[in-house]
Design a protein around this ligand. Structure first.
Ligand code: ATR
Length: 287
């Protein structure tokens, strides 16, 4: 890696940041795209958060990512927030434009990009989404910009699904939104796409699945945001039934591609995301 006087530094801050793949992904993009930048992850104590932001401004850092517990805490420091990030109420990316801090959230759009990259049309589709936490919020608000016909949110804590439904309804999109408890009975036949946004099935809980695939129609497509393991129990079940399925790698990679595009102010070539998905898949298999 070439680092010189003109190298731009970008970073992730959070606590803890242990195990994050962000430096691997972003530095790979810099290398492949021949961009003179470098990316680091910093574990920042909560009482040092403000100092960190002031430090970034002082040294003219061009941008940074945020993970827990800072995705909401950053909001008062921002000069501008993109519309979707405002709705989601959480920021994962900040760009520093000559001292002006602009916040956005690329998680949901990163997930949606997977459909576009694989020529999967969401028009008139009926989606079932499990979960109502941070990942679900990002994905649901991004889905509101698409032309699906129905979105049903099911969650272990029904109140959270109800609240998310209300917020989505307030956007007044022509999409029928429903909320259910995870144990409620409902007609499964109707759904085209199932999305798991919960942590159920993630290592070390890899023998669990958030839902049984009994009763869905044979064209169901299954997406899991979990990427550790690469094939969750839910995806194994989907494979056994012959369904198309996607793991969490495309979302992980695509949200980072969108971060770079936000920072660079230009699109990366479409091959960048495919190369990165192949690379991360191999990286995680070998890890
Ligand atoms: P993230 O930012 O990854 O979305 P989160 O905001 O903590 O994390 O949300 C976790 C999601 O997984 C929630 O929908 C949570 O359900 P609750 O709202 O009921 O807490 C869901 N979840 C976590 N563990 C679960 C379990 N064992 N069974 C069912 N749902 C679970």
């Amino acid at each position: 890696m070439k680092i010189d006087w003109n190298t731009n530094l970008y970073c992730l801050i959070g606590k803890p940041i242990d195990g994050t793949y962000s430096p691997i992904i972003h530095n790979y993009i810099y290398k492949k795209q021949d961009i003179n930048s470098s990316y680091m992850a910093f574990n920042v104590d909560e009482d040092k958060f403000e100092d960190a932001i002031e430090g970034f401004l002082a040294i003219g850092l061009k941008g940074f990512n945020l993970t827990a517990p800072y995705k909401e805490k950053i909001i008062p420091y921002l000069d501008e927030i993109t519309e979707d990030a405002k709705n989601i109420g959480a920021i994962n990316t900040v760009k520093n434009e000559n001292g002006k801090l602009i916040g956005t959230n690329t998680d949901g759009d990163g997930f949606i990009k997977m459909f576009y990259d694989n020529q999967i049309d969401l028009k008139d589709k009926k989606l079932l989404l499990i979960g109502a936490g941070g990942a679900a919020r990002g994905i649901c608000f991004a889905l509101m910009n698409e032309k699906l016909s129905e979105l049903t949110i099911i969650n272990r804590t029904k109140d959270k699904a109800d609240k998310l439904k209300e917020e989505l309804d307030s956007l007044r999109k022509p999409i029928k939104i429903s909320s259910l408890h995870l144990d409620d009975d409902f007609n499964r036949e109707d759904f085209d796409i199932l999305i798991n946004t919960t942590t159920v099935g993630m290592e070390p809980d890899s023998n669990s699945s958030p839902i049984s695939l009994e009763g869905f129609n044979e064209k169901l497509m299954v997406c899991d945001v979990v990427y550790k393991p690469l094939k969750t129990k839910l995806l194994e079940d989907a494979e056994k039934r012959g369904y198309d399925y996607y793991n969490g790698i495309p979302m992980l990679v695509n949200q980072a591609i969108l971060v770079q595009e936000f920072w660079l102010g230009r699109k990366l070539d479409s091959q960048a995301s495919m190369d990165m998905i192949t690379y991360m898949d191999k990286y995680l298999k070998e890890e």
